[in-house]
Design a binder for this molecule. Structure first.
Ligand SMILES: [Ca+2]
Ligand SMILES: [Ca+2]
Length: 315
């Protein structure tokens, strides 16, 4: 079936070509050749895709647009961050000076214990009269003393004059001879202190020496190590002996101080424990002390008493 020119043009399969007259040759033949050639060209030549140049331009436009959008978004994000930073609140941390540590002290419950009353400890005074060494014949002299002065430790009255050995010695008589003064016997020696103006008897078997050159302190030492010393101390305010004693020992009981008159007529006092005798003259106090060292018993209490009984001022 032959299609009219109009039908060809309206057909969906029609390929529009130039009018035959355009070619200038036999229209029918030429038309056929041309159509054939065009058809062949169309059939043999593959269809071109979307022009490359156009695709590249579109891609560039799209990419460029995306870049602009990204830049705008980044800028907006930056502005938002900057605004947040500028408006952020600065929290000031309070400065605490020298904070005190909090220490939890554990509460320890104390067990109930019976209340024990506190009893003050009162030092027990050791009295010389209570620590005399053994006295076998009960004549007042210890066995050690009788051994030292050659009396009979088993005979209370060695010279048989009716006076006990102990009584004779403390009255400055020898218990070895009837009616003989001690100072003329061989039992004692006299220590003369010219610096402090006194004399005393001391057992000849003892050793006498001055601690200081001026004889302010003198020591008489027994063979057992016990010793008697005489020390001169100052009493510038010329106090009475008992007042002076209290000034040295404020806790002393003045009622316990014993008045003493020795066999030379010198007045003094005896300490409550019996270990010290005190004499005074002018602004000086003479202290006669007995020291038993580490011993528990006093071997020579009567010889100590003899020294005190014989003490006499020479001026
Ligand atoms: Ca005796
Ligand atoms: Ca006698």
């Amino acid at each position: 079936m032959v299609q009219t020119k109009t039908e060809k043009q309206n057909s969906p399969d029609t390929i529009h070509v130039m009018p035959l007259e355009f070619y200038g040759v036999n229209p029918e033949e030429k038309q056929t050749k041309i159509e054939t050639r065009i058809v062949e060209k169309i059939v043999t030549k593959p269809g071109k895709p979307f022009p490359k140049k156009r695709n590249k331009a579109m891609t560039v436009v799209v990419v460029f647009s995306l870049l602009i959008i990204i830049c705008l978004l980044s800028y907006l994000v930056y502005l938002n961050y900057a605004d947040t930073t500028s408006n952020s609140t600065i929290i000031e941390v309070p400065v605490v000076e020298n904070p005190k540590p909090i220490v939890d002290i554990p509460i320890v419950e104390q067990p109930d214990e019976p209340v024990v009353p506190i009893i003050p400890i009162v030092p027990v005074m050791i009295k010389l009269a209570d620590i005399h060494d053994a006295d076998a014949d009960a004549d007042g002299l210890t066995d050690a003393e009788e051994l030292l002065i050659n009396t009979d430790m088993n005979k209370p009255d060695t010279d048989a004059d009716s006076y006990l050995d102990g009584d004779e010695l403390l009255n400055l008589y020898t218990p070895l001879e009837v009616g003989e003064k001690l100072e003329f016997s061989d039992l004692v020696a006299t220590f003369v202190n010219p610096n402090y103006d006194y004399d005393v008897f001391y057992p000849k078997a003892w050793f006498a020496r001055a601690v200081e050159r001026d004889n302010r302190e003198v020591v008489f030492t027994s063979p057992t190590g016990e010793f008697v010393n005489i020390l001169v101390v100052q009493n510038e305010s010329l106090q009475d002996l008992k007042q002076w004693y209290l000034s040295q020992d404020s806790e002393a009981d003045i009622a316990q101080l014993v008045d003493f008159d020795n066999k030379q007529g010198v007045k003094g006092i005896i300490s409550p424990d019996g270990f010290r005798y005190y004499f005074s003259k002018a602004n000086q106090v003479y202290v006669v002390s007995y020291n038993i060292g580490l011993k528990q018993k006093a071997s020579y209490p009567n010889l100590f008493a003899l020294i005190a009984q014989s003490f006499i001022f020479t001026e």
